[in-house]
Design a protein around this ligand. Structure first.
Ligand code: ATP
Ligand code: MG
Length: 419
């Protein structure tokens, strides 16, 4: 993509009304446009990051047997009345609207009940189970506070997966597979080392649910972990019983500020009983389906990465989620050679943003740093005197001169080292 054609505007200063660091950085670098508190649009740069995150999640969900679908944003009240969750007293984040004939509708804040209703039409016999489906969809939540930038949106993208199993044994296996898949996702996103499987309240059916909490100063949660970080608990399960079970004391557990990037939940048969979601088992008897729900906050993850990986110059994307792998900047009258290198990079499958604008070199460098593109390549009349280009990693202060004929191979090697 040529920078002169990209729909993007970078800013010197963050907007005065934006308090969250992730949104300040993302707005300045041109990834995000703020419409109002908790409501953000994503620019062509922003959407590339979202799509990269989604693709990593997609590959890992597919690898454990997930099948992708897409549900609707508009929902019927009766779907939610069966479990009493249409009631604003029970669910306090609903956005509701009406059809012309006054019939009420809801804007999806979750798809748990909606997927069960859909699954009921697909499952009648034990032969139809298990089913694992997931989607990426915009959720609407009328959050009371939205001061964490894209980490807490009133409109945000979630990956939600739902499992329907024959029994608890089948469920438990998938639940474990999902924990492992989630950790692979967070590793690939570059936040694996700081992300912890956290024991949280399990609700009515099971003792624990599991949250995936990433250490992050801007997070809204606090978890309690021991020194070697092998036991991580949400405060709601910090009672004598759990501590004994995990073989830790309260003194050993220290509070750490985190952001919840995902969570997984075992519903047992509670929801299927409420919504009469059953199947005929191999003995010909009616049995309730065992359900689970598995979320990842796609746009929250993007915000967490922005919070954690930046410096005074701007964002620093992990190569796996960067909008472009390379930023190519031309200096002086070298447009023909720059164009050739640009085409050569693309031919080799390298995602490149070519800054072809007629602006000062310092402006090009400042934008490349602000946008956090992992590798910067500069081609100038001076470098071409020796048939070279300058290659610099975003995180390093040192640049390297590379012969034009080796440039592609050198960039490829640098990129694979970053994965
Ligand atoms: P939280 O405790 O942060 O309010 P939640 O427990 O309500 O989140 P779920 O309903 O389970 O979260 O949603 C699944 C995932 O979606 C969460 O783990 C989180 O990563 C993300 N998420 C939830 N609410 C928001 C929001 N308002 N904006 C962005 N991401 C969100
Ligand atoms: Mg939560």
């Amino acid at each position: 993509m040529k920078r002169s054609q990209l729909f993007v505007k970078t800013l010197k200063d963050a907007p005065a009304d934006e308090v969250a660091k992730n949104a300040q950085l993302l707005i300045r670098a041109g990834f995000v446009y703020k419409v109002m508190a908790g409501v953000y649009a994503y620019t062509p740069l922003g959407i590339r990051v979202i799509e990269k995150i989604k693709q990593i999640v997609r590959e890992e969900m597919d690898a454990i047997g997930g099948a992708e679908l897409i549900m609707t944003a508009l929902q019927r009240p009766d779907t939610w009345k069966e479990t009493k969750r249409w009631d604003d007293e029970v669910v306090d984040v609903w956005f509701k609207t009406k059809l012309k004939d006054e019939q009420e509708l809801g804007l999806a804040w979750s798809h748990e009940e909606a997927i069960i209703e859909m699954m009921k039409t697909h499952v009648s016999s034990y032969k139809d189970l298990p089913q694992y489906v997931y989607q990426f969809q915009t959720k609407f939540r009328n959050e009371l506070r939205s001061k964490s930038g894209i980490m807490r949106g009133r409109e945000f993208v979630m990956k939600d997966m739902y499992s329907a199993c024959l029994d608890s044994e089948q469920h438990e296996k998938f639940y474990q597979d999902c924990i492992d898949a989630y950790m692979r996702v967070f590793d690939r996103l570059g936040i694996g080392e700081d992300t912890f499987v956290t024991f949280a309240d399990g609700g009515a059916f099971t003792k624990f649910s599991h949250e995936f909490q990433t250490v992050c100063d801007a997070g809204e949660d606090t978890v309690y972990m021991n020194e070697d970080r092998t036991v991580v608990l949400n405060e709601e399960v910090m009672n004598d019983e759990t501590l004994a079970e995990m073989n830790v004391t309260k003194e050993e557990l220290k509070p750490v500020v985190t952001a919840e990037v995902g969570n997984i939940f075992n519903f047992g048969t509670q929801k299927s009983e409420e919504m009469d979601f059953s199947f005929t088992n191999s003995d010909g008897k009616k049995q309730f389906v065992h359900l689970g729900s598995y979320g990842i906050g796609i746009t929250r993850v993007m915000g967490v990465i922005a919070e954690k990986m930046s410096d005074e110059k701007g964002l620093i994307w992990h190569a796996n989620v960067a909008p472009y792998q390379v930023c190519l900047a031309s200096i002086g009258d070298v447009s023909e050679q720059a164009e050739n290198l640009y085409k050569e990079l693309m031919k080799n499958g390298i995602e490149v943003l070519y800054d072809d604008r007629d602006v000062r070199p310092g402006d090009k460098f400042a934008d490349a740093d602000l946008m956090g593109i992992p590798i910067r390549v500069v081609i100038s009349s001076r470098s071409l005197e020796n048939n070279e280009v300058e290659v610099k990693m975003r995180e390093s202060d040192d640049a390297e001169m590379v012969n034009l004929s080796d440039a592609i191979e050198s960039i490829k090697r640098k990129l694979s080292a970053l994965e």
